[in-house]
Design a protein around this ligand. Sequence first.
Ligand code: ATP
Ligand code: FE
Length: 332
Amino acid sequence: MTILAIESSCDDSSAAVIIDGKLHSNIVASQAIHQKWGGVVPELASRAHQQHIVPVVAEALATAKITKSDLNAIAFTRGPGLLGSLLVGTSFAKALALGLNIPLIDVHHMQAHVLAHFIDEPKPQFPFLCLTVSGGHTQIVFVRSPLDMEIIGETQDDAVGEAFDKTAKLLNLPYPGGPLIDKYAKEGNPLRFEFPTVEMQGLNYSFSGIKTAFLYFLQKETAKNPNFVEENIKDICASMQHTLIKILLQKLKKAAKQYKIKDIAIAGGVSANSGLRAELQRLGEELGWNVYIPQFQYCTDNAGMIAMAAHFKAEKGEFCGQDVSPMPRMAW
Ligand code: ATP
Ligand code: FE
């Protein structure tokens, strides 16, 4: 089965082709326009998707060395995400499927982040736990099978990706700040500064308090020394990153123990963070976990993961009709 998948939930327009479960192309066009606004502007994202979608799909087909007439189904991200962005991918997918008279497959973006692990070897064994950490979500997911997943813990307020991006913004770093914090952190002292953390119940997270604590910390230090940020950027980034990773892994450890699971994966944009990857690997060695870390290109938003999820849905005959519409707050 040959499936074209389209991802347009936020600010990356992407298309991919999967043939019988093997990914043949994965093209991503990111939107630089948001940088000057310090965050994603929904209207601009929607317009940029409209500009990118045709060339991105054409390139995905060309790279996979196929044409539209080879396609058996069209998959798309139905949600969660920004409505205007989702509408572009959904409408395009529906129109193409109608024109080619082939079925549609609607995909849940967060489930696809988890299923990105099945694009390449080594693939996790079921059941496994996946820490999904991205710009809008922070979840510990119990994965029984490709289409049977349950959220067993999640953030009650901000996502950890937001904590990275907001920290970066307060440090006057351009959007998205996560990768820059990662870069500076590599050369800094992670134990130089301490930030207060709150203990949440069960397997849940909270990242809004640390953001406010960080703002007060910067205000206090820059009042004493106006050059505080410039002089200490590496140590500030390393200390903040260290704190965020500590919070993430503490609950993951608790979940692994509670569910007696030793196959542990990470997914989502923040799983590109080198500190998190290294610390998870180290913890895995200490606790005897089988750790699964995706390639960088499958961490942040990409249609390859949508294609992978669509492959599993197609295997089960889970298609949707032309009456489908995007769901910005799509449930599991
Ligand atoms: P969601 O998947 O929740 O809808 P999204 O699709 O916007 O949100 P992703 O593309 O999965 O999110 O991830 C983007 C986030 O990942 C941003 O917050 C970005 O700062 C963060 N990120 C990317 N690379 C790194 C890195 N190396 N270190 C820390 N954070 C990173
Ligand atoms: Fe995402």
